[in-house]
Design a protein around this ligand. Structure first.
Ligand code: BDP
Length: 618
């Protein structure tokens, strides 16, 4: 058997998102209906992975074909039951539920949108396949009007497959064990090149939305210049539907008090805002995270009636970068923040508004100003709060630990970046795109690969710098030459010279200096840290204690202070914000314990120590 068998029935549709992926927001012309809630669920048997397709589980109520259990959406399915087979499942899982539609939607165009499904998804409405998507952390949407029934029950079925291969982003492989002394015939496991648990399922909201038949498909907004007295923005709108020519476009800008401050007509153009309230990140100005609203309205001139309306929040802020740093509205930025995970107890990677809100409260308490979406795009609900609360975000795709660089992988990687930029291009919080984490960037073939990727991202969005998070020695790496900003992960005193905290300051200074001298580019240390079991103490400190975690931080801070003074370093992000789930390993006691908060979001001593530092860093 070959790994491809697992998703033999999936045809990967590249370019599915050439069109817009605006978040479904109700307006005078738009309505939404959530399909979140309890769905019916079953996993496919390990030895009969394709049975659901063969027996058409999507064509009838799921319980007619297989024993079902209840499964909350959104959530990962892994930690919901007592069953280790479900936790560790590899391959197809099936979800199904029913729904009714309001009659008023009959004359509208109806779409369904998934915030994210990890990794492959196939979707059927009333037994008809309507779309499929590959890539676990980004939204996809499809129009389903013609497949819907009004006045009758509708059925939706989703098949989800979490198998990772050498050509998925991130990569993984299915390994068959042929040693019959140790493994029964046909035994296989999923292996992957990263340490976070590969949670699976319908992870983010499922939303039905109704829009007029001629509709606003996409909006792009960019700040082109700012001064104290004038902010200039450029907007453009894409329309969808059959009668586009009958409509004209009105663009209006409202301030946070809902006052109209500027307007324009047409599909695209420049709009000037007098005395703008700029969008500032935390700690750089008294005004933080100021958002305007761009209201786009269609108008049917012949009939003199209004058409579709969409309201998009946006910030007026301008990014520049050069060899010395990244600048927001002309002021240089120092990133003080975190590498993180979307990882919630029981929900796994499923959207959890409680954990999400608590995390922002903790990040504000500790006086951080930034985070990286390590190692995949986070939910739109989470990103909305970054915009509102003025956090700087390094927005990363799930290209973690890449170790071969062929054209098929390049294609998948580019598709992920297109989808990420399409989703997040209008967010003021996003100040840098990260094209991946810790690739084998010492391999010569990766040079052409990353050159191609960086050029693509610059083409997709020229308004933000591009980075890649590196962990190979600067003398061997071939990717940094293409980047605007260099990000590095370094675990001195932990993965190397374990326990030798006296070497950390020296090694970190040498390391960052080497990168800067080779490339003359600003450097962010995006990961450093030590595992610490909450409550474990020794003196003198040894690894795994809270005491050693703090000593390691202290030694890194000494290096950061000097490097900042030298003008090399523009940020420090500790690994990790909170402890998180990993696959089972004898060196990971239930997870990665490098959090400054526990997985329950309680502070380790490190959190208090970090808070003192972040409070004094400006
Ligand atoms: C780094 C990875 C990160 C891991 C960390 C660790 O980027 O995802 O969690 O190591 O091992 O190399 O703690």
């Amino acid at each position: 058997m070959h790994w491809r068998i697992f998703f033999a029935t999936v045809i990967c549709v590249n370019g599915i998102h050439a069109s817009g992926i605006l978040y479904p927001r109700p307006s005078e012309s738009r309505e939404t209906l959530t399909l979140d809630g309890i769905w019916k669920f079953a996993i496919a048997n390990r030895t009969e992975q394709n049975k659901g397709f063969k027996d058409k589980w999507y064509a009838a109520p799921l319980h007619h074909n297989v024993e079902v259990i209840d499964m909350p959406v959104p959530s990962s399915y892994n930690d919901i039951t007592q069953d280790a087979n479900i936790r560790d499942h590899i391959g197809w899982a099936w979800y199904q539920r029913d729904f009714f539609l309001p009659k008023s939607w009959k004359s509208q165009q109806v779409s369904i949108r998934f915030g994210s499904v990890n990794y492959y998804a196939v979707v059927w409405i009333n037994g008809v396949e309507v779309t499929n998507h590959s890539g676990g952390y980004l939204p996809f949407e499809v129009k389903i009007t013609e497949h819907l029934k009004f006045g009758h029950l509708n059925w939706i079925t989703v098949a989800v497959n979490n198998t990772l291969t050498p050509w998925t982003i991130p990569q993984g492989k299915i390994v068959y064990h042929n040693d019959s002394q140790r493994y029964p015939a046909g035994y296989y496991e999923q292996q992957y090149n990263f340490d976070f648990f590969n949670f699976a399922g319908i992870h983010r909201p499922v939303i039905l939305s109704a829009t007029p038949k001629t509709y606003i498909d996409d909006i792009t907004i960019n700040t082109t210049s700012v001064t104290d007295s004038l902010g200039v923005i450029f907007y453009s709108v894409e329309l969808g539907g059959s009668k586009i020519a009958a409509y004209s476009v009105i663009a209006e800008i409202y301030d946070a008090q809902h006052r109209l401050v500027a307007q324009a007509k047409g599909l695209k153009g420049e709009i000037s805002i007098n005395n703008p309230n700029l969008w500032w990140p935390r700690g750089m100005n008294e005004s933080v995270g100021y958002l305007y609203t761009l209201k786009i309205q269609l108008w049917n001139d012949a009939k003199n009636v209004e058409g579709d309306i969409y309201r998009l929040p946006f910030g007026v802020r301008f990014i520049e970068w050069n060899s010395t740093g990244v600048y927001i509205n002309g002021k240089s930025v120092y990133f003080k923040g975190f590498g993180r995970h979307e990882d919630a107890i029981l929900r796994g990677r499923g959207l959890d508004l409680v954990t999400l809100t608590k995390d922002y409260n903790l990040m504000r308490w500790i006086e951080a100003n930034s985070f990286r979406t390590s190692h995949y795009p986070y939910s739109e609900e989470l990103m909305d709060l970054a915009d509102q609360q003025g956090f700087l975000v390094i927005d990363e795709v799930p290209a973690v630990g890449l170790d071969n660089f062929d054209d098929e992988l390049l294609e998948a990687h580019m598709q992920t970046l297109k989808e990420l930029v399409q989703r997040d291009k209008n967010r003021p919080a996003v100040v840098m795109w990260s094209i991946g984490n810790e690739p084998q960037s010492q391999k010569q073939v990766s040079a052409h690969y990353f050159d191609t990727i960086v050029k693509l991202v610059h083409r997709l969005d020229s308004s933000r710098p591009v980075t890649l998070v590196l962990n190979k020695p600067s003398s061997q790496d071939v990717a940094a030459q293409f980047l605007d900003v260099i990000c590095i992960n370094r675990y001195f005193g932990w993965y190397s010279d374990t326990g030798h905290s006296e070497l950390i300051t020296y090694q970190m200074i040498k390391e960052v200096t080497a990168w800067h001298e080779k490339h003359l580019k600003p450097v962010v240390v995006t990961e450093y840290g030590a595992g610490a079991l909450a409550g474990l103490h020794t003196d003198p400190p040894v690894v795994w204690t809270e005491d050693y975690q703090v000593v390691l931080m202290e030694q890194n801070f000494k290096a950061f202070d000097q490097l900042r003074e030298m003008g090399y370093l523009i940020g420090e992000m500790i690994w990790n914000f909170a402890d998180f789930a990993t696959p089972q390993e004898y060196f990971r006691p239930t997870g990665c314990m490098k959090g400054v908060f526990t997985r329950e979001r309680q502070p380790k001593f490190a959190a208090h120590f970090l808070r003192r530092r972040y409070a004094q860093l400006t």
